[in-house]
Write a new protein. Sequence first.
Length: 444
Amino acid sequence: MSLIGLVLIVVGLGVLRWRRPAWYWLGFGSLVALIRIRASFRSVMEACGLTEPPSRSRLWIAAATHREPVRIMPGIRWVRITRSGLVLRLRMRPGQEVQDFEAATERLRHSWRMHGVHVRALKPGYLEVRLIGYDVLRRVVMPGKPGAGLLRVPVAVCADGSAHLRDFRATPHELVVGATESGKSVYLRGLIKGLAPQRVALVGIDCKWGVELAPFARRLSALAVTPDEAGALLDALVGEMTSRFELVCAAQNLPADAPLDAITSDIWGLPDDIRPVPLVLFVDEIAELFLLTSKADEKRRDHLVTQLIRLAQLGRAAGMYLEICGQRFGSELGPGATSLRAQLTGRVAHRVNDEGSAKMALGDVSPRAVGVVTAIAPTRPGTAVAALPTGGFARIRAPFTSLPDAVAACAKHAHMTPDLSALDAFRPVPAPAGALVELAPEPA
């Protein structure tokens, strides 16, 4: 009976590890990992080259006691168990630097049988080593306290178990690329769903006749579904941006005895009662704005691109932000594409069909990120590589957000849609609830 019970326990732990990896880790896996790390810490540090020669005082003590001097290793200051792994705070020894530990992350991962190892510098002399116990991107669960706020939306989970935030104040404009069925639309839905309950104006340009953004019409302040409508909408947005700058300039005309904190160079320094509402412009399939069907379309294309570049260069101070999406985005689209991309600080690259697309999105962020993007499997939709505001990159995966869920969030918060007089002509008219469109039968 004891053997049967043992077999049932092992099978149960295996099923728990597969179906509920977080429960398995918190209940059993973390204890095993702690024992393994404590038992092998010195040998692993020596094997990974993370020890330093003993100091002169230690050599004197060893000579006086007729003992063999040993190399000194980093000290563990504290250990914290998280939902996805362990966090070690280490004190480095004189002569060590954070890059030594970053270069050894793969060897540490195999030595301690962890899924991933991430190193982050703290104050001088200390660093944080985050050990990931299982694949947190296989079944995405957002952390309990992701740190959401105005213009801050948790959109994905990073490979180290933390939440990836789309912070428009820190990264005003972003480029999102990805092949068909890579998860780009799910990322966009999650972002719109997170912005829906906030006091933010949402504007869309979707030249695929609105198939991606039209379902969110109840929460959109403006929507353009053709290149001609997009040109008129961009003109209106540039006019809105100009009026906001005029408001800021009027606020700067202060008397000589005005307090210094009343001076501002953007809308965020204005009083609450006159501050314009922030605005986020979503452009789905940016390549449609660059395509030419005839020589006559070249003038229209140049005008569209010029207005987009103006918004990207000047919009941050006016509280106007861009979210540009597309399957490809590079110099092959035409004049102005490279100039526009240079203004898009945020970069998110989903699975792509060629290495050139990965280089176009993340080549100027990190050469290593290009290889990570091209290695994303088609069976992992939603997985992407994102440039971090602090530098570097991270693998992320957005939780699945269905279209009905995102539409329901927009309908629930439709009353949050601000009225912008400059965009009244582009305000979409949502279909009545429950309305169905009957298609006429094709002629015989």
